[in-house]
Write a protein that binds this ligand. Sequence first.
Ligand code: AGP
Length: 573
Amino acid sequence: MCGIIGYIGSNVASQILTEGLKRLEYRGYDSVGIAVLDNSSLEIRKDIGMVDEVSTALQFTNVNGHIGLGHTRWATHGSVCRENSHPHFDSSKKIVAAHNGVIENFSKLRDDLLSKGHKFVSDTDSELIPHLIEEHAKDSNLLKAFIKSVLEIQGSYAIVALSSADSEERLFLARKNSPLIIGVGQGEMFCASDISAMLKHTKTFVPLEEGDIAILTKTGYKVYSVDGSEVQRKQITVDWNEDIAQKGGYSHFMLKEIHDQKHFINESLATDVTEAKKLIGEYEKIHVLGCGTSYHAGLILAHLLPDKNIHAFIASDYPFVAKPDEKTLIIAISQSGETADILQALRFAKNSSKIAITNTVESTITRICDITVYLNSGPEIGVAATKTFTSQLAVIFKLAREKPVGLSAIIEKMIEKENEIKAIAAKLAGSEHAFFLARGLNVPIANEGSLKFKEITYIHSEAYPGGELKHGTLSLITDGTPIIALAPKDETVIKLLGNIKEAKARGGLIISLTNDDNVKEESDFVIGLPDIEVSLYPFALIVPLQLLAYHVSVLRGINPDRPRNLAKSVTVE
Ligand code: AGP
């Protein structure tokens, strides 16, 4: 939630910040702003809207100066309006800060500051940060004032701040439960919520750890622990090409990422699962945790290990429904590795061993878990998870069974059906509801297809095991209601055929993903499946569902990369 970026060097800060904010926009896109220091003049430009729109209207790149910070917001505290967008000033307009996270003791801190004469212009919790620094700077140097301020804040934060009254040019950084990474350049330094925002300038990074405080100057960085003592943090180098974080000729990141699956699946299959597999072998009781798409991958994992006492949980609910102990192995799935719901569930399971499955190098989840299995999918920019889901499936199959073969070819075959899928999308674009039906191992794929569909088309959709239809939902099926049936020729197809007939008899418009002749006969539209090893059908099914959601979204005039109200990385509970 929210993207943060900072720059200090010899180049034009506003240009680097604006470019970086475009890369970070997937994290939140309610409003955007930058603050740049030019000699002693500190200027903020910000407004509601997307980065392109606001940066053009307010001419971000005309701001001079070589040090600055920027923010793209996903509102948590206060409505979407200019005043609530970041960065925020202190009272003297000499200190600016941008914040990602939630300040839990906001009311108390704000009341204290109000009693000391500070005036606030926004409803955000974040605005109190520059004021706190200002207050502490009355009797401390700036670094000490920053540390004192950070220590007072309870909750989650990634903070970047700077002051025009500083005796030297510096950016002040802090992180706790929200990602913040330093980018190390030659004579220039960067920081951002995500590596992809800095990839154009450097491949060397220092991920800050929980509770770290750091300062950046033109020539280097220093990291401090909360007691003010300097600490060393690991530098990492990534070999990602900047192209991965570009659309590469596709109209949207989501479409590119769907197409990329045929390549990245092999990278994911190459991931090392040896240690994790060994640990799974040692435990009988396993809890799988995830949210949204990652939860659906977790459901598949639970299906694949039927001999274990295994259960998949929605991470946000985990503390209310489970009792993990030292005999429980936790497998936590999160592409971002920063989802607050999963991190709190992991902290709740404090006595259990933990495996993380994530795409994000050095993310918070990797620090909480004992073993990490990486997805190696490359950065995923579209808010809707696509290639990371397929990668999760590939890794999960490798963990639970043998390494699956032929996946890239299966995915490619399904991508080739894009034009047929687009034609079907045109039939669905005016619908108000859609229902996804499946049975057995295919049910989590129906859940995922339905989530993708509603997330980016704004059409209400639900997924069910086919047998559930007659227990209530059938009353919603009338003439032309779209029924998307996941009906590969496996052990589920005969029963699902019965459910398809029930829906058809009530007027349902049947769109089937199938290689079964009987299902084809009952269907209004068919997306053909190849005849493959039955356990691999999830890989063939998910691709057309992603494409269907994508094309319906575009036909409805929606930007599938930036669906309303959502953000890629959900760092609030
Ligand atoms: C999927 O399209 C969603 N954007 C969302 O459900 C996502 O999968 C969920 O927020 C979990 O994210 P994570 O994998 O980064 O933890």
